[in-house]
Design a protein around this ligand. Structure first.
Ligand code: AMP
Ligand code: GLY
Length: 431
């Protein structure tokens, strides 16, 4: 079987790596990266070059395609493939609006009574109304660009003064371009965050172990939002009762709502959640696997991830049996100095030790230049420690020990990935 994975980051490396476990499969990746090139045949096509990718799939007799990034979904890759009867994992352009338009997602949740922060939407047509709203608001409030903004379109503001500065970014400086022409202003929710992925065929679904991302660039959740600086799974903050609520009140209502509204969601429904004192609430939906959560989560799955993705595309999720190991995984991202703002690339990456069985090294932004492995992105590598007995503390030690053997100029990483879960774990051990 020939499989193509679309994308070229840590998430796609994790997907390629797990597909490779299925022996007989020949794996291609477009555009891939240096790490991926040792496990798949990389193809020099951008992830949202839909027509070129489709042509490649037809020429190479690709049986199944997996879409990693949201930009490709927004470009309508799934619709184009459906038109040519090519099998593909991911939602259509219409269904992906749950991610590509925050306003659409919030209004959808309101229609289907899915728990989320209360909100109002504004555009350049009602700026005076927005100003009045912000004058009266109870702070902090959260401002979000409607469209895709690579995880950077969200700001939490503590005062009217700060809110005005942010509004200027959206509507005057236009830092998010068209994505910021409309915005959502929403209630601030406090609690612990969790990422829960449901793989669905539009009717049935399978839930993967719950994970937690660390979005801020600095330790103790300080500094700017990033694409994600580290993750761990399973998160002990989602207990069985909470998971039941997430299933009933969020995942099932969403799948039911998408069917009732006629846009049939298939692929990975990423539920970004806040575990509040009033129960789990949706922070955001994404229409694809999350990164870096996927780097940790896929290490816990014993059954075939390729079969699962095929079942999602083929409408046969009800007959898929998910088998999980008892492991816990912690993924720490090594990033380039300056990220998530400007950073340099082309820095040589050096390793002083080979990968051990309990550590998975996945590449996010790397390439080969004159035969040398160099950095090519803000997030460069993901190091995932895996503890077979399910200890997040031990998994974290494995990841951090390994990171001491990796070097590139300007490399930095958070030192506290999974810390709160490890504290909870040790309190439980003491009891
Ligand atoms: P999003 O891109 O919508 O996931 O937002 C990025 C990050 O901003 C989230 O992971 C949260 O940490 C934070 N965030 C977004 N919305 C809220 C909210 N309503 N209350 C508190 N934090 C939020
Ligand atoms: N982990 C955040 C994201 O994938 O959007």
């Amino acid at each position: 079987m020939n499989v193509l994975v679309v994308g070229g980051g840590g998430r796609e490396h994790a997907i390629v790596d797990s597909i490779r476990k299925d022996g007989e499969t020949r794996v291609f990746c477009a555009p891939g990266n240096a790490g991926i090139s040792s496990q798949a045949e990389v193809v020099d096509l951008r992830a949202n070059a839909v027509e070129d990718i489709l042509k490649f799939v037809e020429e190479k007799n690709i049986d199944f395609t997996v879409v990693g990034p949201e930009q490709a979904l927004a470009s309508g890759i799934v619709d184009a493939f459906a038109g040519k009867k090519k099998r593909i994992f991911g939602p259509t352009n219409l269904a992906a609006r749950l991610e590509t338009s925050k306003i659409f997602a919030k209004e959808f949740m309101l229609r289907w009574k899915i728990p989320t922060a209360s909100f109002k939407t504004f555009s350049k047509l009602n700026l005076a109304e927005l100003d009045l709203y912000l004058k009266d608001a109870k702070y902090p409030v959260v401002l979000k660009a409607d469209g895709l903004a690579a995880g950077k379109g969200v700001s939490i503001v503590d005062s009217y003064h700060d809110a005005k500065d942010e509004v200027e970014k959206f509507f005057v400086k236009r830092v998010f371009g068209v994505s910021g022409e409309s915005i959502v202003v929403e209630e601030f929710m406090s609690g612990t965050e969790a990422s829960v992925f449901a793989i669905t065929d539009g009717k049935d679904y399978v839930v993967l172990p719950p994970a937690q991302d660390h979005k801020r660039v600095g330790d103790n959740d300080t500094g700017k939002n990033t694409g994600g600086m580290g993750s761990f799974a399973p998160t002990p903050f989602v207990d069985d009762a909470t998971m039941q609520k997430i299933r009933k009140e969020i995942i099932e209502k969403t799948i039911e709502g998408t069917r009732a509204e006629g846009f049939h969601y298939t692929g990975c429904l990423y539920c970004g959640l806040m575990l509040t004192p009033d129960g789990p609430k949706v922070v955001e939906f994404n229409a694809r696997f999350g990164d870096p959560e996927t780097q940790a989560i896929l290490q816990l799955i014993d059954s075939s991830v390729l079969d699962l993705m095929e079942a999602s595309a083929d409408g046969s999720i009800s007959s898929y049996r998910l088998s999980l190991s008892r492991s816990a995984a912690v993924c720490v991202i090594a990033a380039s100095e300056g990220y998530p703002d400007e950073y340099q690339t082309g820095k040589t990456i050096e390793f002083s030790e080979r990968m051990s069985g309990n550590v998975k090294l996945l590449h996010s932004g790397t390439k080969f230049s004159n035969g040398k492995l160099v950095t090519s992105g803000g997030r460069v590598l993901g190091v995932t420690g895996i503890d077979r007995m399910g200890s997040i503390g031990r998994a974290s030690n494995l990841a951090y020990d390994y990171l001491r053997n990796v070097k590139f100029e300007g490399m930095f990483y958070r030192r506290d990935i999974g810390r709160k879960a490890i504290e909870l774990e040790s309190r439980k051990e003491v009891q």
